[in-house]
Design a protein around this ligand. Sequence first.
Ligand SMILES: [Zn+2]
Ligand SMILES: [Zn+2]
Length: 299
Amino acid sequence: MKIRYWGTRGSIPTPGKDTIVYGGNTACLSVEIGESILIFDAGTGIRVCGNDLMSRGKKITTSLFISHTHWDHIQGFPFFIPAYVPGNRLTLYGPPSDIQDQGLKQIMEFQTKYEFFPISLAQLGADIQYVNCKEGKIDTGEFEMYTCRINHPIACLAYKLVHDGKVFIYGGDHEPYRNIYRDGSGGEGMDEDFLEELDRNAEEQNAKIIDFCKNADLVSWDGQYTEEEYQSKIGWGHSSHEADIELARKASIKHMIITHHEPMNSDEKLAVIEEKVRARTAGGSCRFDFAKEGMVVEL
Ligand SMILES: [Zn+2]
Ligand SMILES: [Zn+2]
């Protein structure tokens, strides 16, 4: 598998001279296996990915796996040129809304309503299919793929691709589960048995994610914050680097690439943070890297 990062930034694109190294486009990554191409998330990075596919001069058949439908994970889709070309075939996989009764197709269509964008999805020339995904094994017709629900304010999935004895995991946005009433958020005076039950629930949910990632060869994971930054962003749905290190250790992950970089962090700052993560994990069994736009990893 050849994995390529087209977008590494979280939340909002950050073009400019301070983000050239780690990148300014939002979430998108492709996995090439032989002639097949799988794409994970459709942040603004997918525009460049689409241009690359178009430059190959062939009909395009691809699967696009959406972790969740926050803007930074779907906003590039209307600029994905292969979707405009008759004869191309796209299959979009992703979770339906857990807030209202809407599937992936309806949510994707919503962002191209005329109030937001001049061309509706129905006008695109390619054959586009939508598959609502739940947790478990999903039928891609070609590759072995599993999903796991992760912790974010809306339904969000991590995807596990198993191929040729290798396991690659693409995580969407995730904050480790916790008992929110243990952190002074109104839990004072609550029944201790109830609080302990919430502790256990959070622990079980975290254990499920550790199990999903167990012994993975490569995990691309949300690491938006330093531990210090995280303290004022608790509940926003993202991980700190410390939490990522802990996940990698508990799940015996071999290689973790931290992505979804905080928009406030410049190249200079990210280089310092990356070095700290490497120093902190030196001698451990998991290698850590920070994703950079354009970075290619062979697995
Ligand atoms: Zn995001
Ligand atoms: Zn999100």
